[in-house]
Design a binder for this molecule. Structure first.
Ligand code: G
Ligand code: G
Ligand code: NA
Ligand code: MN
Length: 254
């Protein structure tokens, strides 16, 4: 079977799974959010990481179905935690360029939250910086309608694209996620530390939260706390893990 046909079958037979990576609030130490990360549970080879199949989902258009599935699954997992009396943090889902470009993207999101305020306020979309900037005028309009539903929007991999400052101020987004490339060496490289510090100030002055991606060491976490970063995400606390593991984290921290 070709990879494309295997992926088609994977969609039909519900072989896609979501793992979740926690985001930790640097003030409270609590889990403040979760990023949903798609994996393919291939019965022949086991869990396949997204970089090995998302590009083909995008080329074939199957990402529309897979992306909507991921949104619906994240929402239903989040409601299930809530129903079990667990603290139910905001759940972020990555959005592909192919999805955002669809004419019906906003109504698709509307269908997922179905006017349910509990759902909308717990959902966040992660959109990469380079993608938002591609068709900035149309995207600002789409994101504004999505924010009006109560859904949050974060700019992913921030700092690696080529955003114009005048547009960042106009973006109707709730958070900036600082790309891992700047976090990696920030404790030893003063240029990287300056960039991180500048992004944090910029975000706060625009009333946006800041999340540092790829935090792997206590030293990085300490420095980020000193710089007033709001949240951290990375291997220091946990990689992406199955929903059952998240449930255990939430129980421990209840
Ligand atoms: O854990 P990691 O290997 O999970 O993820 C690799 C890349 O795949 C990241 O850039 C992440 O944004 C992307 N990715 C993970 N899940 C999804 C998803 O559901 N949709 C899209 N479009 N990208 C995803
Ligand atoms: O592009 P996006 O930021 O959505 O990518 C998430 C990717 O980053 C996933 O592949 C995930 O496994 C990876 N990741 C998450 N935390 C860490 C970390 O602390 N270090 C490294 N090297 N990768 C991480
Ligand atoms: Na991403
Ligand atoms: Mn992301």
């Amino acid at each position: 079977l070709s990879l494309e046909n295997k992926l088609r079958r994977a969609l039909e037979q519900e072989q896609l799974v979501l793992h979740y990576q926690p985001k930790i609030d640097l003030n409270s130490g609590q889990i403040s959010g979760l990023e949903a990360l798609l994996r393919w549970n291939d019965p022949e080879t086991g869990l396949v990481p997204p970089l090995q199949f998302i590009p083909l989902l995008e080329e074939t258009g199957m990402i529309l179905e897979a992306g909507q599935w991921a949104l619906e699954k994240a929402v239903s997992d989040s409601l299930a935690w809530l129903a079990k009396g667990l603290p139910s943090p905001r759940v972020a889902v990555n959005v592909s360029p192919i999805q955002l470009q669809q004419k019906n993207f906003v109504s698709m999101i509307e269908g997922v939250v179905k006017g349910n305020g509990d759902v909308a306020s717990r959902l966040e979309l992660e959109i990469t910086e380079s993608l938002v900037m591609q068709d900035i005028v149309a995207n600002i309009q789409k994101l504004r309608m999505i924010r009006e539903m109560g859904v949050e929007v974060a700019i992913d991999d921030f700092g690696t694209g080529y955003s114009s400052l005048s547009y960042i101020a106009k973006l109707p987004v709730s958070a900036l996620k600082i790309d891992r490339a700047f976090i990696m060496n920030m404790t030893s490289n003063s240029d990287d530390q300056s960039i991180v510090s500048t992004i944090i100030s910029l975000a706060h002055s625009l009333n946006m939260r800041v999340v540092a991606e790829g935090v792997e060491t206590e030293d990085q976490a300490k420095l980020l706390r000193l710089l007033k970063c709001d949240e951290i995400q990375g291997f220091l606390f946990s990689p992406g893990v199955p929903a059952e593991q998240i449930e255990r984290f939430l129980r421990e921290r209840k």
